[in-house]
Design a protein around this ligand. Structure first.
Ligand code: EPU
Length: 323
């Protein structure tokens, strides 16, 4: 374990805005986490930093896990995976093994642990639905515990790990995939069209998902962003307009694509300083020139929220965690 103090940490988040933390701990084991009495509070785990915006300097301690991230096969379809493994590495490995269930999550940036915290999802699949159980470290009690899927209270881009505000660190998770004989999940958007006549093997679906992402989302290697900046709002029938795309949640609420609302406000490409609305997927705010400041991003966020509110009386809620 190493501890650095008053350290530049902007590079730990994919947005790439500058920020300092009072301390940064690089840790490997649960025992390391038991030895943090001296470091400034609050403690905050960072995974891949792909859903995180530093809104200024952080007065607490960031916890970054280092060391090899491994997956162990427990049975034909079950794996025990270290939480700091990149989610996409896991997706690639199980697709290659011919297993289904994770191929639609291909290309989502960040670690498995981060994906569980926010129940990351794409193309009709969610990380939480693969979970059997997870081993957590409780920062409040210093104990480890194993919890099942029900305990996690997974919901749209949410889990108990998220609502309890960083109390728990995910150490590892057991995930259950589906056998090769299971049906492909290709009903979302243009996935089936992208596949064309190809047989929807897990690897073919993975390639189609990656191609779709590439065509809409900024390349994380060259343009900083944190993926979708806002959640898709859930609204009552009174706020719907005839032309508005919607997904009926069956409980009187409708999920409306935030990208559509932002698009309708004519905000594609709108910029504040170095921060800009990504023209191909306006749900994404990018660090266009690599020099955006946190203030630029926050001002652009406010511009978008106000414009959508004025026009549709719908208040967008950020999906990206603000630290
Ligand atoms: N749309 C427009 N204009 C555009 C782009 C999209 O009007 O320029 C509208 C269209 O109506 C389109 C709809 O937005 O049908 C939905 O677009 P898309 O399928 O790209 O999905 P999304 O709802 O905008 C969500 C996730 C993404 C995930 C995609 C694909 C959230 C907050 N975002 O976006 O997740 O990749 O579905 O499954 O739920 C992320 O969370 O970081 C993320 C990238």
């Amino acid at each position: 374990m190493t501890i650095e103090t008053n350290v530049e940490v902007g590079g730990l988040a994919t947005f790439g805005v500058e920020a300092k933390a009072a301390a940064l701990v690089r840790w490997q084991t649960a025992d390391d986490l038991r030895n943090l009495n001296e470091v400034p509070r609050p403690l905050k785990v960072v995974g891949g930093g792909s859903n995180l915006l530093f809104t200024g300097d952080f007065g607490g301690t960031l916890l970054l896990r280092e060391g090899p991230a491994e997956m162990r096969r427990l049975s034909a379809t079950r794996f025990d995976v270290d939480a700091h493994m990149a989610l996409d590495d896991f997706c690639a490995a199980v697709a290659e093994a011919g297993l289904r269930g994770a191929e639609n999550l291909s290309g989502i940036p960040g670690t498995l642990g981060g994906a569980l915290v926010q129940n990351a999802g794409a193309y009709g699949a969610e990380t939480g639905s693969l979970l059997v159980d997870a081993t957590l470290f409780d920062l409040q009690t210093g104990r480890t515990l194993t919890v099942d899927r029900e305990w996690m209270e997974f919901a749209y881009r949410s889990s108990r790990l998220k609502t309890e505000g960083g109390r728990y660190v995910v150490l590892s998770a057991r995930l259950e995939l589906l056998p090769p004989s299971a049906a492909a999940n290709v009903d979302y958007g243009n996935l089936r069209a992208t596949l064309g006549d190809a047989e929807p093997t897990p690897e073919a679906v993975r390639r189609a998902v990656l191609a779709t992402r590439d065509s809409k989302l900024p390349d994380p290697a060259t343009v900083g962003s944190a993926g979708s900046f806002f959640r898709n709002p859930e609204v009552g029938a009174e706020l719907l307009r005839p032309e508005m795309p919607r997904y009926d949640l069956g409980n009187g609420l409708y999920k409306v694509p935030a990208a559509w609302l932002i698009d309708q406000c004519g905000l594609k490409g709108t910029a504040v300083g170095g921060a800009a609305v990504w023209p191909l997927q306006p749900l994404v705010i990018v660090n266009a020139d690599g020099r955006a400041t946190a203030a630029d991003v926050l001002e652009l966020e406010q511009t978008i929220v106000s414009a959508v509110e004025r026009r549709f009386s719908i208040t967008l809620i950020p999906e990206v965690e603000h630290l």
